[in-house]
Design a protein around this ligand. Structure first.
Ligand code: CU
Length: 164
């Protein structure tokens, strides 16, 4: 009988010991998961550069849906805004890009943003050496067009904004 009791208390002791490390492992995993979530958020911190050569340095931007997007546009050139202005304009789904860009071209008074409700977000028009940062809610998952609306730029300065 005594042996049996000893046997069971050893089992209880062993399983009691096993519980401890399991709990520690679990809480360690939780911490790791939280770190991953923080990394995912940084995907929505977007930087895009534009140049005196009339180019964006990215043709595809990917972000996560359901989280705000922090976007910074840099004009890394030196030419003034009047001659080599750049902006970042994100168009809503279904917008006729050519029609929008042609109306934008003559909207000088409003920084080349035409009247209407066709944009999700846009930056200021920048000259060489300038930057602008904007924050906006990411649209529904899908593929959207972004462009620069300075006259004559959009056919080269455009890309895909993919929300996953
Ligand atoms: Cu431009």
């Amino acid at each position: 009988m005594n042996k049996l009791i000893t046997f069971f208390s050893i089992i209880i002791f062993i399983s009691g010991c096993n519980d401890e490390p399991k709990k520690e492992k679990f809480s360690y995993k939780r911490v790791q998961e939280n770190t991953e979530i923080r990394d995912v958020k940084s995907v929505n911190d977007v930087t895009i550069n534009s140049t005196d050569q009339m180019l964006f340095d990215r043709s595809v931007i990917k972000v996560k849906s359901g989280e705000p997007v922090n976007l910074t546009l840099n004009h890394t050139g030196q030419i003034a805004k009047e001659f080599m202005g750049h902006n970042f304009v994100l168009l809503k789904e279904g917008t006729d890009v050519d029609d929008f860009a042609q109306r934008a071209m003559v909207a000088k008074d409003s920084d080349y943003i035409p009247v209407g409700d066709e944009t999700y977000a846009y930056t200021k028009m920048l000259g060489g050496g300038e930057s602008d940062s904007i924050t906006f809610d990411s649209p529904e998952p899908g593929t959207y067009i972004y462009l620069c609306t300075f006259p004559g730029h959009y056919q080269v300065m455009r890309g895909e904004f993919i929300v996953e």
